[in-house]
Write a protein that binds this ligand. Structure first.
Ligand code: PAF
Length: 297
């Protein structure tokens, strides 16, 4: 930690962000901050950061003295045939973005640091992980719960920040923290979109120019669904059907699911009464994109 000695009163000193790869280094840094009475926020990411991640870091910075960003492409949450190897990575660009957003520490472990060779413990959950993305990605949320639990144990944050674009993940993590008495406040942050509506995602980089245009069908479906609900539609199936019909008009789109579920349990609903999540996953070419909106409770 830089010394504050000999710094004239009132002069701001910019403390340089650190990048560490080991659990021990994170623990030592957090211990130092705790000794100074500082609060710590965590933004877990898989890197290839964009404005959505930046907004999480900025919120974390507002609500905490120190912000830790983890950058780890977690092998455990990728199924066979998914994009683990091709998942985009750019540590240099990510570091600059984190520093500009006010992060104090990046934790960038290698897989061996997170999963030693005899690793055999998992955090898993019933119900919430089975529908929506869990249907086609059966081991995904077990991997997410396990790695996020590990990150919580390593960083011991006061608060952790997640985007609402991954609405099912957010609901699952809230439930995990409650069920396992983790004592960490989970803060959900709004979806950040491109100017034309496409939700920001590291996977948008996979899209060709033609697919990029076709991908707008997701945000158009969200807009349609939201408008139907705002205009008083209470029948969830009608909302979902209208969204599906719109998506099906796009030749490059293939629907994985469009569903209306209870915002807490992730179980299907047929009526809109407030508190529901209307979510979708759609393949544009080979790229699987997600988007959603929540109905105010
Ligand atoms: O949302 C993500 O980027 C990942 O699922 C997370 C939460 C960082 C766990 O690997």
């Amino acid at each position: 930690m830089e010394s504050r000695q000999n710094v004239p009163a009132g002069m701001e000193i910019k403390i340089k962000m650190k990048i560490v790869e080991t659990i021990a280094e994170v623990r030592a840094q957090v211990k130092e901050w705790r000794a100074q009475g500082l609060s710590v926020g965590l933004v877990p990411t898989m890197g290839y950061l964009h404005e959505g991640h930046k907004s999480l870091m900025e919120e974390a910075r507002k609500e905490n003295d120190k912000v830790v960003v983890s950058i780890f492409v977690n092998p455990m949450q990728f199924g066979v045939g998914e994009d683990l190897e091709s998942y985009p990575r750019d540590m240099e660009r990510d570091s600059a973005l984190c520093e500009n957003a006010g992060a104090a520490l990046i934790f960038h472990p290698q897989p061996e640091e997170m999963y030693h060779k005899d690793f055999s413990s998992f955090v898993d959950m019933n119900t919430l992980t089975k529908g929506l993305c869990g249907k086609t990605r059966p081991i995904h949320f077990r991997g997410v719960c396990t790695v996020v639990s590990k990150l919580f144990n390593i960083v011991t944050p006061d608060k952790a920040f997640f985007g609402q674009k991954d609405a099912q993940q957010l609901a699952i993590i809230r439930r995990m923290v409650l069920d396992l008495s983790m004592g960490i406040e989970i803060v959900g942050c709004p979806i950040i979109r491109e100017a034309d509506g496409l939700a920001k995602s590291s996977r948008n980089t996979y899209l060709s120019a033609e697919e990029r245009k076709a991908a707008l069908v997701l945000s158009r479906a969200v807009k349609l669904g939201r408008e139907l609900v705002q205009n008083g539609e209470k029948n969830a199936d009608k909302v979902v059907d209208a969204m599906r019909a719109l998506i099906e008009q796009e030749p490059l789109a293939r629907i994985d699911y469009v569903s209306a579920v209870d915002g807490l349990t992730m179980l299907p609903v047929h009526e809109i009464n407030g508190g529901e999540l209307v979510a979708m996953a759609v393949y544009i070419g080979k790229t699987r994109l997600i988007d959603n909106f929540s109905v105010e409770g």
